[in-house]
Design a protein around this ligand. Structure first.
Ligand code: ADP
Length: 166
C-alpha cells in the first residue's frame, strides 16, 4: 500500500526509514543530517563499516535512537540535466531499497524525496519515478509492504497527492 505523510521522517514509527545519503555514507546535510542527529553517534560508527555506497545502490543499518528499527541508506543521482542516466539511477534507489526491505522482513518503510534537495532533481519527475517504481515493485513481487512517501514541503505533498489519486 502506498501512503503519504508530511514532516520530519525521523519521527516516523515505521520499520525502516530511507536515507538520501551521499556516496561516503558518512553524513551530510538535509535529511541525512537530520537522520544522523536523531539516530545518535552509533549510526555514524555503523556507517563507517559499510565502505560507502554507489549511486543507485542501497545499504542497511540499525536505527539506533530512531523510532524506526532500520535505516536504509541509498545514494540518489545528482541532477545533471537528465541525460546522464538520472532516471534509471533514481528508479534503482527505490528498487534496491525495497529489495533490502524484503530481505529484512520489513513491513513498513518511509522514503524521503530522494535527490530533490541539494542534488536538484526536478520534483515532479522525481515523484513520478518514486511512485511508479514502488507500484511496480509491489505488483511484480506481490509483497505486502506499507510504503510511505514522506514529504517535507507543501509542494511535494501536492505533487504526491495528485500522483497517488490518479
Ligand atoms: P539529496 O542530496 O538526495 O537531494 P536532501 O537531503 O538535500 O538530499 O533532500 C532530499 C529531500 O529530503 C528534500 O525534498 C528535502 O526537502 C527533504 N528533507 C530534508 N530534511 C528532511 C527530514 N528531516 N525529513 C524528511 N525529508 C527531509
Amino acid at each position: 500500500m502506498l501512503k503519504l505523510d508530511a514532516g520530519d521522517i525521523t519521527h516516523l514509527a515505521v520499520d525502516a526509514i530511507v536515507n538520501a545519503a551521499n556516496k561516503s555514507l558518512l553524513g551530510g546535510g538535509g535529511v541525512d543530517g537530520a537522520i544522523h542527529r536523531a539516530a545518535g553517534p552509533e549510526l555514524l560508527e555503523a556507517c563507517k563499516k559499510l565502505n560507502g555506497c554507489e549511486t543507485g545502490q542501497a545499504k542497511v543499518t540499525q536505527g539506533y535512537n530512531l523510532p524506526a528499527r532500520f535505516v536504509i541508506h541509498t545514494v540518489g543521482p545528482v541532477w545533471k540535466g537528465g541525460d546522464h542516466g538520472e532516471a534509471e539511477l533514481l528508479k534503482s534507489c527505490y528498487q534496491e531499497s525495497l529489495k533490502l526491505a524484503v530481505e529484512h522482513d520489513i513491513r513498513s518503510i518511509a522514503f524521503p524525496c530522494i535527490s530533490t534537495g541539494v542534488y536538484r532533481y526536478p520534483k515532479q519527475e522525481a515523484a513520478s519515478i518514486a511512485v511508479s517504481s514502488c507500484k511496480n515493485f509491489l505488483q511484480s513481487r506481490g509483497v505486502e509492504l506499507d510504503i510511505t512517501f514522506c514529504c517535507f514541503g507543501d509542494d511535494d505533498l501536492d505533487i504526491y497527492r495528485q500522483l497517488l489519486n490518479s
